[in-house]
Design a protein around this ligand. Structure first.
Ligand code: C2E
Ligand code: MG
Ligand code: MG
Length: 278
């Protein structure tokens, strides 16, 4: 009896959440925050990543709480449309490229390309990056690849998110229609030890061998940034460089005024680090 009660409670909770999420989508309570992607040496913001939040009972709920349900129910498709539209607006407002995350459930839609065209709007394709995970590409390989290839042919860039956490990633990289890999924050966190640095270097070597650009995710500490710069990672993202926020974070697009006039290449990363938390 206890087991049944637990199951029933879970069912009720899910049904309630589903109803609330659906209502939130209609009421404009799915909001989009933007996190900067930063040049690792100049600390200039070079792009933004759009990250969805659910404004629920006065709180912002992170995707891990509702994304699985949104995917199972297909509500992610409508959420995705809203995120693409918000991403386009931000891209124009800040004159920056913007990255949008897409789940397997969205890629599997027969008319995914048309949905992106409608929600992103005409043109400016070179300003858009679509972030997918390896598992999303595995889902329905032929359809997903075709959709991504169609968009890539227009200038959209494809990024492989959470790189290194998926199954068999290194072996399959060459077959995937991607331009950028986003090195998962687990590798960044492990940097600074001989073993961690070795793994990071190996991941970077594979990416470079395939001619891919690299973005490191989840950079939180100055030492991590120093390591990444030392390994030649050009673009970094993480709380240290800027948290996701409804508007473009404080740093803006240009280096802080007190850095102007210094030759970029000669600025040691260690000295720049305090500015990152300013
Ligand atoms: P992701 O695409 O890998 O996004 C990076 C996640 O790491 C974000 O979590 C971001 O807030 C967080 N993050 C960034 N810098 C740091 C850091 O320095 N330290 C730590 N600990 N975390 C950091 P968030 O916003 O909660 O999103 C989680 C995941 O949900 C995303 O992972 C993405 O896969 C998914 N997601 C977010 N928005 C959307 C969306 O609009 N559509 C779809 N389909 N998925 C989304
Ligand atoms: Mg992402
Ligand atoms: Mg990621």
């Amino acid at each position: 009896a206890f087991y049944d009660e637990a199951l029933r409670a879970e069912f009720v909770a899910r049904t309630t959440m589903r109803r609330e999420l659906e209502a939130a989508i209609g009421a404009g309570d799915i909001v989009v925050h933007f996190q900067p992607l930063t040049d690792s040496e100049t600390l200039e913001v070079v792009a933004l990543e759009a990250l969805a939040r659910w404004r629920r009972h006065g709180e912002l709920v992170l995707p891990k709480e509702w994304l699985p349900l949104a995917e199972e129910t297909g509500l992610i498709v409508e959420i995705g449309r809203q995120v693409f539209t918000a991403a386009r607006e931000a891209s124009e407002r800040y004159e920056l490229p913007v990255a949008v995350n897409v789940s397997a459930r969205q890629l599997d839609e027969a008319d995914f390309v048309r949905q992106v065209e409608q929600s992103w709007g005409p043109g400016a394709w070179h300003r858009l990056t679509i972030e997918v995970t390896e598992s999303a590409l595995l889902h329905d390989q032929a359809h997903a690849r075709e959709a991504l290839a169609t968009l890539a042919a227009r200038g959209v860039r494809i990024a492989l998110d959470d790189f290194g956490t998926g199954y068999n990633s290194l072996a399959r990289l060459g077959d995937l229609p991607v331009h950028v890999i986003k090195v998962d924050q687990a590798f960044v966190r492990a940097s600074g030890t001989p073993e961690g640095d070795a793994v990071l270097r190996a991941v970077l070597a594979v990416a470079r061998a395939h001619g891919l650009e690299v973005v490191a995710e989840g950079v939180e500490r100055a030492e991590e940034l120093t390591t990444l710069v030392g390994m030649g990672v050009g673009v970094v993202q993480g709380f240290m460089l800027g948290r996701p926020a409804p508007t473009l974070p404080i740093r803006g697009r240009r280096p802080a005024p007190r850095l102007v006039g210094r030759p970029t290449a000669a600025v040691p990363v260690q000295r720049l680090a305090p500015a990152a938390t300013a």
